[in-house]
Design a protein around this ligand. Sequence first.
Ligand code: 6PG
Length: 249
Amino acid sequence: MNPDYRHHVLTFPTPEALAEAAADRIVGRMLARRGPIAICLTGGSSPHPLYRLLGSDSYRQRIPWERVHWFIGDERFVPDTDPLHNMAAARRLLLDGRAPASHVHPIPTDLSNPDQAARIYESELQAFYGDNRLASSRPLFDVVLLGLGPDGHVASLFPRQPALEETTRWTVGVPEAAVSPFVPRVTLTLPALNSSAEMLFLVAGKEKRGILSRVLSGEDLPANRCRATGQTIWLVDQEAHPEDVIERE
Ligand code: 6PG
């Protein structure tokens, strides 16, 4: 990682204030765009306050639902009735009853194996994008949301695993997760995740302080391999914020 790289960190007093800032950025991106909008959601629990807020009256009416398409950065290879299913949580908290069904693009988990699901999802992404080669001048996503795993993973790209080194395919299967939940996964790869006008990391809670400090110090972790075509911004609450970080306005 470039030793001179400075993370763009924005710190907030509470997870609620962090979610509000993320919601404002996402809606701002949407309203600045004409035509179809692509949002790549993240799994895990960090985005839940944001999903609830986007689905609330104060934001729901501002979202151009007829133009927004919703994707997911990774999925646990479990039935969508399983509480571990990432897109099911996003549907429950945000999308159901608001997003047109054809605009919600879950990773299929009812197929025989994660790699088959990955290839189908890659075709869906390429059909939406209109090409099978990503151009830096035309990012795949308007916004990519990411959480930060305890080992510095993002999506289901775990340290020292082959998926992290993938440079051609947009999605791959992950037979074994390195952290809980220990179920097979399907994940977008770095080329796909980085093809975005804006990337927002959502990091809240004191249990994140240690791994966030390692990320911000420049350690070679999956989170530090993420760099959007456009802006990459770390939205961090006070609890997760390591004291020794110099912020950039
Ligand atoms: C997943 C997520 C994963 C998550 C981090 C942080 O499927 O588990 O996509 O990458 O974002 O593990 O999880 P929390 O937000 O729950 O801390």
